[in-house]
Design a protein around this ligand. Structure first.
Ligand code: GRF
Length: 193
């Protein structure tokens, strides 16, 4: 199965996918890595897979950036498009183009805490547990149908850093397990977008 992966930062989720493929525990191949941050660390993890990376700020408008990204992703002919630490909102014409194969991993128990600073918000709310969600991507931010979640306890003395650090391995495990179902054709498709 052909995976296109969108990244913006550290790329630990991309690395997890690379490792699972290398270990033979994920029957897929990466057909392209795409980013809105040409100098992000994620791109150094698999330079051979880099297909498109443009600094969004060099674009006059979002639509042009989105349509170039869409065309670059489409050219890789992906079976699945995975947002793995991708930090930019995807426009509706991108989402419509890949609606039945576009997923994202988000570090919260959606529908709680869409958007940024999820660990801090969980702590401020006094939540006793936190987690990550893999969900279908729709134009509204972090609002698509949830596919699967991983839960971790919030421990006394946790701060945003310790909570994020405890969540990250759970995110990685969740993402690979969802991708295994996806490549095996076992993901129930999202409802109408
Ligand atoms: C992760 O918490 C992921 O859930 C969120 O961005 C963070 C960094 O991801 N979307 P990565 O290390 O860049 O894959």
């Amino acid at each position: 199965r052909r995976l296109a992966v969108l990244v913006s930062g550290r790329g630990s989720n991309l690395q997890t996918i690379l490792d699972a493929i290398a270990a033979g525990t994920l029957d897929a191949k990466i057909v392209g890595v795409f980013s809105d941050k040409p100098d992000c660390i994620a791109l150094t993890r698999a330079p051979q897979h880099l297909r498109w990376s443009r600094a969004a700020k060099t674009y006059a408008d979002r639509r042009t950036f989105d349509s170039e990204l869409r065309d670059a992703v489409a050219a890789s002919q992906p079976d699945w498009v995975v947002c793995a630490g991708y930090m930019r909102i995807l426009g509706s014409n991108f989402v419509q183009r890949f609606a039945d194969r576009l997923i994202n991993i988000h570090p919260s128990l959606l529908p709680k805490y869409p958007g940024l600073h999820t660990h801090r918000r969980a702590l401020e709310a006094g939540d006793s547990e936190h987690g990550a969600s893999v969900h279908w991507v729709i134009p509204e931010l972090d609002a698509g149908t949830v596919i699967a979640q991983a839960r971790i306890p919030v421990l006394p003395g946790d701060d945003a850093q310790s909570l994020a650090a405890r969540l990250l391995p759970a995110e990685h495990e969740l993402l690979v397990s969802v991708l295994r179902d996806a490549v095996a054709g076992q993901l129930a498709l999202p409802g109408p977008v």
